[in-house]
Ligand binder design. Structure first.
Ligand SMILES: *Cc1c(COP(=O)(O)O)cnc(C)c1O
Length: 428
């Protein structure tokens, strides 16, 4: 496969953009080699600047539930652009958007639009702190909530004392307010709450994780987490930036049957444009300015182009609830195909899947949390990734990520992927 043009663009980019990319994972750092520069996308596929075709399983890292450039979103954008791109004054479509979100996700009684998932999670935590009058938060090792300072924290050596920053530029002060628990381990949460009695404002969690690879929360764990938060006056925040509108129209909370106090959204909610949102219980959301004292604002929030694209996506979801059954069937088909490849080379690599999200982990032990995920052989993954890429299958360029199936992936796409998977596995 010739990727000369991508290579030379990357060389040029590296001189003037940090690492040559505007978001780190795009640089292929964890798998080596040069990133592919994309020119255009359509349906399940995209095409690079050298003219190569790929079946795409990242879908812009989640937003493209309906594949690349679906005609109904393109139409909505073209219509919207006739009226202007931004006003900084309220518009009718923002009301329609809020109505539809609160209808599709019943736990969301009120919602505020922002411009990214990161903004949504930062704002939700601020609202929770303002509402409870408490300062500390609990997050889970391996969950990702965007790049806000107080999320870039991992467990320190004495897990019950302080977290430590995972990035220079994040202060010890931030680290001191973020406590780290183990995913799917309710005892670790109880211990933190006990040691920080009446100090925890919020617990934030990816109810189905995508960002350590795909990992589902256990039913008993998430149920108990809900109970503890209610008993301790802690705001339970489900970060559904990835899972919202992907796993079900009501998100992970619908399939788990658990009602959070606040939910954050991003990705699919913008129909491919930069959008985030946070919402939930009315009494908490009414703390947000201008109805309450918790400040949060945005020059381009509720942007008409973004709202039109997002609303088109959500309307499609509302009018076609059957897509989730179809996505489950496609997911199962691909899962079975990849697993039979694994079996035929005599391995037991773990494949975790929930609906249209899945991850193939290069480890033979079940992956249920961060510690079990990082047992994966990332060198082997890198090799596998490049074998797939060379045959025109674009999987996420990092082991600890979810791949996504869209409504536009055909049986032919899936069959080709299964076939290439077998070849790639055999070559390892
Ligand atoms: C992608 C993601 C974010 C961050 O969203 P951005 O739009 O990249 O800022 C936050 N939380 C989760 C669960 C995500 O998957």
């Amino acid at each position: 496969m010739n990727t000369e043009k991508s290579k030379s663009l990357f060389e040029e980019a590296k001189k003037i953009i940090p690492g040559g990319v505007n978001s780190p994972v795009r640089a292929f750092k964890s798998v080596g080699g040069n990133p592919i520069f994309v020119q255009r996308g359509s349906g399940s596929k995209f095409y690079d600047v050298d003219g190569n075709e790929y079946i795409d399983y990242i879908g812009s890292w989640g937003p493209h539930l309906f594949g690349h450039n679906p005609s109904f979103i393109k139409k909505a954008l073209l219509n919207a652009i006739e009226n202007g791109t931004s006003f900084g004054a309220p518009t009718e479509i923002e009301v329609q958007m809020a109505k539809l979100i609160t209808e599709l996700v019943p736990s969301v009684e009120m919602v505020r639009m922002v411009n990214s998932g990161t903004e949504a999670t930062m704002s939700a935590v601020r609202a929770a702190r303002g509402f409870t009058g408490k300062e500390k938060i609990i997050k889970f090792e391996g969950c990702y909530h965007g790049h806000g300072d107080f999320f870039l924290i991992k467990a320190g050596s004495g897990a019950l004392t302080f977290g430590v920053p995972t990035s220079p530029g994040v202060t010890k002060g931030n680290a001191a307010d973020t406590l780290i628990a183990d995913f799917n381990n309710i005892e670790s949460v109880k211990k933190l709450i006990q040691a920080n009695k009446n100090e925890i404002a919020a617990v934030i969690i990816e109810p189905v994780v995508g960002n350590m690879g795909t990992v589902r929360s256990n039913d008993s764990f998430i149920k108990e987490l809900r109970e503890i938060c209610s008993n301790e006056n802690i705001v339970l925040i489900f970060d559904e930036v990835m899972t919202g509108f992907r796993l079900a129209k009501g998100g992970a909370q619908e399939i788990l049957g658990i009602t959070p106090d606040l939910t954050t959204f991003g990705k699919i909610i913008g129909g491919g444009l930069p959008v985030g949102a946070y919402g939930g219980k009315k009494e908490i959301m009414e703390m947000v300015s201008p109805s309450g004292p918790v400040y949060q604002a945005g020059t381009l929030s509720g942007n008409p182009l973004a709202m039109n694209a997002g609303l088109a996506a959500l309307n499609q979801i509302k009018n076609h609830p059957e897509i989730y059954t179809q996505l489950e069937e496609k997911g199962k088909y691909l899962e079975d195909g990849i697993k039979s490849g694994i079996k035929s080379i005599g391995k037991n690599y773990q494949l975790n899947r929930v609906g249209s999200m899945m991850t193939l982990f290069f480890t033979e032990e079940p992956v249920v949390d961060y510690n079990s995920a990082v047992k994966s052989d990332t060198k082997l993954f890198a090799k596998y990734f490049h074998e797939m890429l060379n045959q025109g299958i674009y999987f996420p360029p990092a082991q600890f990520e979810a791949m996504f199936i869209s409504t536009e992936h055909t049986k032919e796409d899936l069959d080709k992927t299964i076939e290439v998977n077998l070849k790639a596995l055999k070559s390892l």
